[in-house]
Design a binder for this molecule. Structure first.
Ligand code: CU
Length: 195
């Protein structure tokens, strides 16, 4: 095989690999602020994202109320109120219902930020031990393939390579639900979650 032909073949297969990266779409009930993600893929790991999303504590609320991230992401927790806030979570709940170790980041005044790197996939209930009424959620996806639903419960996960996956849906106060989805350019999964 000539070098030129080989290069051409490499180029074609690279383009094909990009072209087959598809989407997973569907709806989740209850809709707004649900999270859908592709569960861990055997033999595949993904580099941790460099971006550090922020969760603000403002007006005695966690903002955003729900944040979806890839495992390995560092989240910065900021206090924008004039009162002291704390951030802790009693556990990390996996889709199978297992409870992994929680964390207490401490208590800090206005203007301060504290980072935490999330290494365990699952759902986290954020709490503040100064204000029991405060609640927020982080859903840690084991893959970069995740999305939050819009106000109608629709979601779209981009850049998913063709293949067969376990897709997990989460909503505040509901049990996780997992479905098997075949992606060949597109894939589809609707979820109706229950308590
Ligand atoms: Cu607080």
């Amino acid at each position: 095989m000539t070098r030129k032909l080989l290069l051409t073949l490499v180029l074609i297969s690279t383009l094909a690999a990009v072209a087959v990266a598809g989407t997973i779409t569907g709806t989740v009930s209850p809709g707004k602020a649900s999270v859908v993600y592709v569960d861990a893929i055997a033999g595949k790991t993904f580099p941790a994202p460099a971006a550090k999303p922020l969760i603000d504590q403002k007006g005695l609320m966690f903002n955003p109320h729900v944040l979806a991230i890839q495992v390995g992401t560092t989240v910065e927790f900021q206090n924008s109120d004039t009162v002291q806030h704390n951030v802790f979570w009693p556990s990390v709940t996996t889709p199978s219902g297992k409870k992994e170790k929680g964390q207490n980041l401490g208590t800090w005044p206005k203007g301060e930020k504290r980072p935490f790197k999330f290494e365990t996939p699952g759902a986290i209930s954020l709490l503040c031990n100064v204000h029991p009424e405060m609640a927020g959620y982080i859903v840690v996806s084991p893959t970069p393939y995740f999305a939050e639903t819009d106000a109608s419960g629709n979601y779209k996960i981009d850049n998913v390579p063709d293949g067969k996956y376990n897709v997990v849906a989460w909503h505040e106060g509901m049990k996780f639900q997992t479905k098997s989805v075949d992606v060949a350019g597109t894939g589809k999964a609707d979820f109706t979650l229950s308590k």
